[in-house]
Design a protein around this ligand. Structure first.
Ligand code: NAP
Length: 167
C-alpha cells in the first residue's frame, strides 16, 4: 500500500475541506498513477470531490462510520472492514489518497509515500505527518523542480523502512 499526497512547505494538505492549490501537473501525476488501481479515502475527502462522487476508473474505498451507501464505491465502516476489503477486493496497487485522518491512520502500513512538494505556504488546517521528522521514512528520490500554474513543485518518493503488515 502507498500514500499519495501534495504538501505545502509546512506539510499542509488542505483548508476548509478543499485543496489549497490548483496544480495541473500534479493532478495529471495523480490520475496517471492511480487510474486502474484502488484508492482509499475518508468521508471528508469524498465530500471534497466534484459532486461528492468517487473517482472514475479506479476502485474507490471510502472509510466512514456514518455513510451507508455510496454509488460507485465500497464503504468500510471501520479499519477492520477496510483491511478486509483491501485483502479481498482491491485491484492493482492500493493508494491512500487522504485526507489527514486517513493518512495518519494508514501511514504505518504504507511501504512508500509519493509526496508532491509545493514551494508555497497555503494557510492549511489539515496536515500530513512531517516525514522528515519520522525516522522510519527516508527520501529516496526527488524530481527536478517544475512550474505548474505558477507554483514550483517536485515529486518525491519516501520509503518506509519499518512497514507494518496489514492485520
Ligand atoms: N493535499 C492532498 O493531497 C490532499 C488529499 C486528500 C485530501 N486532502 C485534504 O484533506 C482534508 C480532509 O482531511 P480530514 O482529515 O478532514 O478528512 P478525511 O480523512 O478525508 O475523512 C475523515 C473521515 O473519515 C472517516 N474515518 C476516518 N477514520 C475512520 C475510521 N477509523 N473508521 C471509520 N471512519 C473513519 C470519518 O468519517 P465519518 O464521520 O463518516 O465516520 C472521518 O470523519 C481536506 O482539506 C482535503 O482537501 C488533501
Amino acid at each position: 500500500m502507498k500514500a499519495i499526497v501534495h504538501v505545502d512547505k509546512n506539510w499542509g494538505i488542505g483548508r476548509g475541506n478543499s485543496l489549497m492549490f490548483r496544480l495541473p501537473a500534479d493532478m495529471k501525476f495523480f490520475k496517471d498513477t492511480t487510474t486502474g488501481n484502488t484508492v482509499v479515502m475518508g468521508a471528508n475527502t469524498l465530500r471534497s470531490f466534484p459532486g461528492g462522487r468517487p473517482l472514475k476508473d479506479r476502485l474507490n474505498i471510502v472509510l466512514s462510520s456514518t455513510l451507508n451507501e455510496v454509488p460507485g464505491a465500497l464503504v468500510a465502516k471501520d479499519e477492520n472492514e477496510l483491511f478486509k476489503f483491501i485483502v479481498e477486493k482491491s485491484e492493482g496497487e492500493v493508494y491512500v489518497i487522504g485526507g489527514a485522518r486517513v493518512y495518519e491512520l494508514l501511514l504505518p502500513y504504507c511501504d512508500s509515500v509519493l509526496v508532491t512538494k509545493v514551494d508555497a505556504v497555503g494557510d492549511a488546517d489539515a496536515f500530513f505527518p512531517d516525514l522528515d521528522r519520522l525516522k522510519n521514512f527516508v527520501c529516496q528520490s526527488q524530481s527536478p523542480v517544475q512550474l505548474t500554474n505558477g507554483y514550483n513543485i517536485s515529486f518525491c518518493t519516501y520509503v518506509n523502512r519499518n512497514v507494518k503488515p496489514l492485520p
